[in-house]
Ligand binder design. Structure first.
Ligand code: FA5
Length: 351
């Protein structure tokens, strides 16, 4: 290559470099730098060709090449200085009227969504929201609910104790169900009363597809004059129809909870096979056509008495169940553990 050709090539590189800089941000300053000034960049390769040119001319051309390199480096530095974090170019012609970067707005957790839906069901029926602590004393979690000390029914709910005594010297515990909120509500308010509560409960249980050691329950309590089992059945049925649609049916089976008498398990007709798939063994209801969803019953007179409600004058019902089980049915989730794993595929399906 002779000196004239070399100079023409240098001039062509400078022109094409200027065009690239003018077109930024089509290309980042780093990419332009690599293309022209990098070790194998266009200018570096041209400078290497100087070795074929006689020494006197080489000195002049070398100086031209170095000047070009300095100017190009200065322009690139200016361009980099005008750039913010990668991908943003702050230039005077920045169009501030363009829409901003979209940020995903997130969604409610399926459990929160389920809790909201259950709460809406209670609010529609005229219930108000009540609250209670997660760390409970023995009195509210057990004794006031008609579980005397050493009563075998205490074993129905394996308890986490927290290693602190309450004022009566009994061990404090993580509440095993939401029923203590019944007691706290009756202590605070004279009858009549219509309250519900949703919240977290804890049991020392092995985790599997349908059990957790920390889960959520919902609980409703209604006390008034002349409240009967018929009111309980109507309310539970209306509550379930509101949640799962008007075609679902409910049924009561006798059951035992110390704080209600009579007590019942509430079953709902299977929303998957609609009770018709028993021959094909529906995997959700195991072919029975029914799903066991809640505990319920008439508030035991001992519980009313303990809260200074006269059982001769007042009667009431209570019902409650596991919120995870409701969420699994509402969103078709087959394994309770999926609700705690924060897998975006589960989280995103509820908007
Ligand atoms: C109770 O906890 C009673 N307090 C319910 C009640 C309220 C009865 C009012 C009468 C009147 P049980 O132990 O059956 O009952 O639990 C209620 C629901 O919690 C179960 O039906 C189930 O849906 C859910 N549940 C129980 N154990 C677990 C667990 N380890 N993991 C997830 N959900 C559970």
């Amino acid at each position: 290559m002779n000196a004239t050709t070399w100079k023409e090539k240098l001039s062509a590189i400078r022109d094409s470099f200027s065009i690239s800089v003018a077109k930024a941000p089509a290309e980042s300053p780093e990419a332009i730098e690599l293309r022209y000034l990098g070790r194998k960049g266009e200018l570096a390769l041209l400078l290497r060709d100087l070795k074929d040119i006689p020494i006197e001319e080489r000195k002049v051309l070398g100086a031209l090449g170095n000047t070009a390199k300095e100017e190009m480096t200065a322009k690139l530095d200016a361009l980099k200085g005008a750039s913010g974090p990668a991908g943003f170019v702050l230039k005077s012609d920045l169009d501030l009227t363009l829409p901003g970067w979209p940020f995903p707005k997130g969604s409610l957790h399926p459990l929160t969504h389920t809790m909201n839906r259950l709460a809406e069901g209670f609010l529609k029926l005229g219930f108000t929201m009540a609250d209670g602590p997660l760390v409970e004393d023995d009195y509210h979690n057990f004794e006031a609910l008609n579980f005397p000390p050493f009563h075998p029914a205490r074993d129905m709910q394996d308890t986490f104790y927290v290693g602190v005594k309450d004022t009566s010297g009994k061990d404090m515990l993580l509440r095993t169900h939401t029923s203590p909120v019944q007691i706290r509500s009756m202590e605070k308010q004279d009858p009549p009363l219509r309250v519900f509560h949703t919240g977290r409960v804890f049991r020392s249980e092995a985790v599997d597809a349908s059990h957790s050691f920390a889960f959520h329950q919902i609980e409703g309590l209604y006390v008034d004059k002349g409240v009967s089992m018929a009111d309980l059945k109507w309310t539970v049925d209306a509550f379930m129809k509101d949640l799962f649609g008007s075609s679902v049916k409910t049924r009561f089976n006798p059951s035992y909870f110390p704080f209600v008498e009579p007590g019942a398990e509430v079953d709902m007709s299977c929303i998957f096979c609609k009770g018709a798939n028993s021959a094909a063994r529906c995997p959700v209801c195991k072919g029975t056509g029914w799903l066991e969803l809640m505990g319920a019953g008439m508030v035991h007179p001992n519980v009313l008495k303990g809260c200074k409600y006269d059982p001769e004058k007042w009667s009431g019902f209570a019902f409650g169940g596991g919120i995870e089980r409701f969420a699994m049915l509402l969103y078709g989730i087959g394994d309770m553990r999926m609700l705690y794993e924060n897998d975006l595929r589960i989280l995103k399906q509820v908007q």
